[in-house]
Design a protein around this ligand. Structure first.
Ligand SMILES: [Zn+2]
Ligand SMILES: [Zn+2]
Length: 188
């Protein structure tokens, strides 16, 4: 057997459950992201939520602290992209909440506000998984250097509310798509 760990690792998206995450969520997201980015997606060993991320006043987690914790994990570092999934409400100081946050190669998304039950509506698993994919693709788009797009039907449109998330869906507009690396072509 050849040792391909390093070369494969470079073009793989790593999903990291942070704290308790429903296994179905990561499994469905893994398959969905594989279809979108046309590259292998693996579910990694999770990590606990960093205690220091919790703001007792706001009762939310600071997404920047979680992002830093993900990036500080040596075992994740050889993956091309790292996406943390957390089931707590996230915030940054300037905003009431965020659906997610991204840096140059890592990102984090929160499941909390993607559930219908958060808004006291009946549960809808299909919608829940679609929203998770939309937020995951959006944050991974940022890790590829894409900014926010003015096209309300593009995944890179900024979601101010869940209405924006549901309207835009998980696909890149042609302009954003053209700025992405060619995911399907094999690396030399
Ligand atoms: Zn964004
Ligand atoms: Zn776009």
């Amino acid at each position: 057997m050849l040792n391909l760990t390093l070369s494969i690792g470079l073009s793989v998206i790593l999903l990291v459950p942070i704290g308790e995450i429903d296994k179905k969520v990561t499994q469905v997201l893994k398959d969905d992201l594989n279809k979108v980015f046309k590259k292998p997606v693996v579910i990694g060993k999770g990590m606990p939520e960093p205690d220091s991320a919790y703001d007792h006043k706001r009762k939310q987690y600071l997404s920047t602290t979680i992002l830093n914790a993900i990036q500080g994990q040596k075992e994740y570092s050889h993956y091309e992209r790292i996406l943390g999934v957390v089931d707590h409400d996230l915030f940054v100081p300037e905003l009431n909440f965020v659906f997610g946050q991204a840096s140059s190669k890592a990102a984090v998304i929160s499941l909390t506000r993607l559930r219908q039950t958060f808004y006291h509506l009946p549960e809808d698993q299909t919608l829940f998984h679609q929203r998770i994919l939309t937020e995951a693709v959006h944050e991974l788009g940022h890790t590829h250097g894409l900014g926010h797009c003015r096209n309300t039907r593009c995944v890179m449109f900024f979601s101010n509310s869940l209405m924006d998330t549901d309207r835009k869906g998980s696909e890149f507009c042609p302009s954003c798509k053209s700025k992405l690396p060619k995911f399907s072509s094999p690396r030399p």
